[in-house]
Design a protein around this ligand. Structure first.
Ligand SMILES: CC(C)(COP(=O)(O)OP(=O)(O)OC[C@H]1O[C@@H](n2cnc3c(N)ncnc32)[C@H](O)[C@@H]1OP(=O)(O)O)[C@@H](O)C(=O)NCCC(=O)NCCS
Length: 265
């Protein structure tokens, strides 16, 4: 297992198909980065969308739907036309509520990814201050506090590069020049628990230290549906500084957690 605190960057973790290197984003990574965003947040195992859907099965609205459905079925069994009519309406209403809720949650997460693509993820070099070569194909180390680190399996044989994780440091997200924000952390579901996220955090922290001052603190946000991510961040010295409720439609909301740590301990 790679040592995440002492190794210089870029580091290389050997894997079957090549080495995992941590480097800056390059324009050729864009499609893979976007695919990983959807996988990490919506469809992959342990994605916040899947966790939210699972928890929603035991949520208040679902319980109301179950109750309505059960009552409706009970009414349908009665030998009275009024009861049967009411039972039909109740079961239909409860089923509609349940399906609507599930579809809405999925829609909200897909919308979140689409918004990301319309904003920072649509132009990563610009938003994260990643300097590109004259022909815009290669990147070099950012000169400012921002940056966007990619973990990629680079094959020496065919020169291919498979993006398996990434993390951005957005220096402009917070108006205070002493604070930066870590954003968009994702690791491919096929490569988790191999310290790739830890390497990405360490790379960004090392970079932030080179820009302190003015950078003094790093913030990040995660949600109640990402307990693994919270543990990861806490392992890296971040602690909870606040929470807020994010409303996602009329029936669904989630708690967003803000974590912070000093650039130097
Ligand atoms: C959260 C995520 C980035 C972690 O990536 P990773 O490369 O697997 O993380 P690491 O291997 O560096 O984990 C280091 C430590 O963090 C903690 N950790 C990481 N993932 C965890 C999980 N799913 N459950 C519990 N603890 C977890 C563990 O303490 C782990 O150490 P261990 O493996 O020795 O127990 C990855 O699971 C992911 O992309 N999830 C979906 C998207 C997401 O939630 N992103 C965060 C956005 S805020």
């Amino acid at each position: 297992m790679a040592n995440t605190t002492t190794r210089p960057f870029p580091v290389a973790i050997p894997v079957n198909s090549g080495d995992i290197v941590i480097r800056q984003f390059q324009p050729k990574d864009a499609d893979q980065v976007h695919a990983l965003l959807i996988e990490g947040l919506v469809y992959g195992p342990e994605s916040p969308h899947n966790v939210a859907q699972h928890r929603n099965l035991f949520g208040r609205v679902s319980c109301v739907a179950y109750l309505g459905f059960a009552l409706g079925l009970g009414c349908l069994c009665r030998n009275n036309i009024v009861f049967r009519f009411a039972g039909g309406a109740l079961t239909l209403g409860a089923t509609t509520l349940f399906v609507y809720m599930r579809r809405m949650i999925t829609k909200m997460f897909i919308h979140f990814c689409a918004r990301a693509r319309e904003t920072d993820m649509g132009d990563i070099p610009h938003f994260y201050d990643v300097p590109l070569s004259a022909d815009s194909t290669q990147s070099s180390q950012p000169q400012g506090p921002g940056g966007f680190w990619v973990a990629a399996i680079e094959s020496a044989e065919d020169k291919s590069s498979e993006v398996v994780g990434y993390l951005g440091l957005d220096y402009r997200a917070i108006p205070d020049p002493t604070s930066g924000e870590l954003r968009r952390m994702i690791v491919s579901m096929n490569h988790r628990r191999r310290r790739i996220a830890s390497l990405l955090i360490t790379a960004s922290m090392d970079h932030a230290r080179r820009h302190a001052p003015p950078l003094e603190t790093l913030d990040l946000e995660t949600t109640e549906f990402q307990p693994g991510a919270r543990k990861l961040y806490e392992n890296h010295g971040f602690s909870l500084v606040g929470t807020r409720i994010m409303r996602m439609g009329p029936l669904f909301s989630m708690t967003v957690l803000r974590l912070r740590r000093k650039v130097f301990d």
